[in-house]
Structures are given as C-alpha cells and as structure tokens.
Design a protein. Sequence first.
Lengths: 177, 155
Amino acid sequence: MRLATPQKAHPVRTEQIILFRASSQIFAISSASVQEVRSVDSLAGAAVDVNEPNLVKVRHAIRRGDRNLYVVNASLHFGLRPTPAALIFLLRKSRIALLVDGIEKMTSITRLLALPGAFCHEERSWYRGLTVLDQNVIPVVNPAGFLTAEEISLLDALTAHQNWPEAASAAHPELTL
Amino acid sequence: MTWTDQLDTQSCVLLRLGDRRFALAADQVAELAAPSRIFRFAHKTPEIDGVILRRGRVVPVCDIAETLVGKRLTHRRFYLIATRRQKEGLDWVALPVSGECELIQADLTPASPSDSPHVSAWLSHQGEVIEVLNLYALTPGAPQTSVAASPEARV
C-alpha cells in the first residue's frame, strides 16, 4: 500500500500592521505603507499653514525634497471629533502625512476581510477591509484613500507660492520603517 | 406575469418589529441569532449601526425598524441574519427584531406599482395582511438596478 504524499503546508501570509488611535478609535495601517513616524513637535516650524475651506482635514503642508506633503488629520478624515494629535505618519510613496493621536501597538494579521457591501459611502475608499484582532473588529485603512488626485492638485495650487521654512526634513524621525 | 397575478405558495419568515409583523422570503434568511457584541468604527452609512461577528464573517447590523415602524428598536431580542445576492456572491445583513420569528407557508400577492419600494409582496396570515419585505430597498448598498422589478428578486 502506498501512503499518500503528505500535503505541503502552505505558509500563512501575514501582514505587519500598526494599530493607531484617532479620536479614541483604533485603526490599522499596513507597516509597509508607513515610511517614517515623527512626533508632531519635530515638525514644529517646518510646516506651512493650509487654509482650504473645502478641505478642513488638511491644515498644514511640509516640504520633503522637491515636493509638498499634506498633513491629513486622521480624526477629521474619518468624521470623528478632533483630539490632540501626537504623531505623524509619513506615508511611503505618497504625498500624505497622517496626523494621529498615537500608536497602540504593532502586530501582524493573517486575514483581511472585505468591507461588507452594505457599507456604501466614503468608507469604501477609506478602508482596504476589516480585520479581527483580540476579538475586536478593526478597520484597515487604505493609504491611498486620504486625498484624491484632484484634492492634491488643489492643494498644490494653493501652496505653489508659499515660502517654505528651512530644513523642514532635518529633524530625526521617531521611527523609520 | 402582471402584478395582479397570484404567486405560488412560498416559505416566508415572519418577524416582529415593535407591534407590527413583517415577512421575509425564507430563502433570504440564513439564521436567527442571539444579540451579540456590536463593533463600531467610523463610517458614513447612517443605516448601519455597527457590525457583529458571525461564523467568521463580519455582518453589518441594519435597523430597519425606523423605516418600517417609525422608530428604532429599544429592545433587540434577536438578529435575523438575512442574505442579499450581490455580484460577488452573498452579502449578509443582521436585522434586529423584537420578538420570535416564525416560518410559514403562504400565498403571496405581488406588490402593486403604488406600493412602497420596500414591499415586494403581500401575504395573509391568521387574519392579518403582512408586507413581504424587499430587502434590497430597505438596506444600503444594494445593486443600482431595481431589484424589486426583477422576478428572481421577488419572493
């Protein structure tokens, strides 16, 4: 009798995530999409004010190399009550810097569940999906969902003639991922 | 078939929302579950209360009582887990109900064009005329095409 060939165990795909707080709610973002984590203080004096009434979630821009990054307040983006933010995530390959209250922890997930079809408004672009961690359902944010291309163009036009402070990127990051 | 035609006998689940009873096609009902913890996160779909975890799925909770009886349920006895056919497969929705549910067989009368969109048919049970619900008109995120008009979406 021939024994059945043992099945190769498929390695479980995991994704490293950062759990962060915005207005006392917990969100997850893929670690791979975060390039640096900075304290808000480290960018004091390096940012310029942005005042676009239709885009109140963006109040500041910072200069990195030859392009502007726009600081999106995560609480306002998600329609939550604004709270004092402590950290900024500079997103990788993006024009977005995300203002968050703090990091809860870093962990990994093995499963990303699709957002149910009944959710049919902005949240569809906000989230890549949902994950379950420690018996809690956590939304996993879509790094591309914070500003549209049109909104970035609008902000570029608004900040085109700004005088940028010196050495905006000289401060050391809290964490480089 | 015109709207005046009588449909075949169908299995329906009677559900209670406050003082009123409604019906849902039995093939749209997955299960009746005890209330469990609702998880809430930021979103912009006002009809959705939050989500529950059920058999490894994330199921949105949608209180249809406000639309049907004019106020939200203060007491949720069960969640009737209903399914909607979507492009990608079945989509689950948890409907809070305030009493026991009952599986019945009934002859359905199709809704007329003057009925509300949430009514897909009518049935008569124990002297009571009951609306058979069109889940697609009551819950958010339904396909854009008018499901109420398609025969397979009717009960």
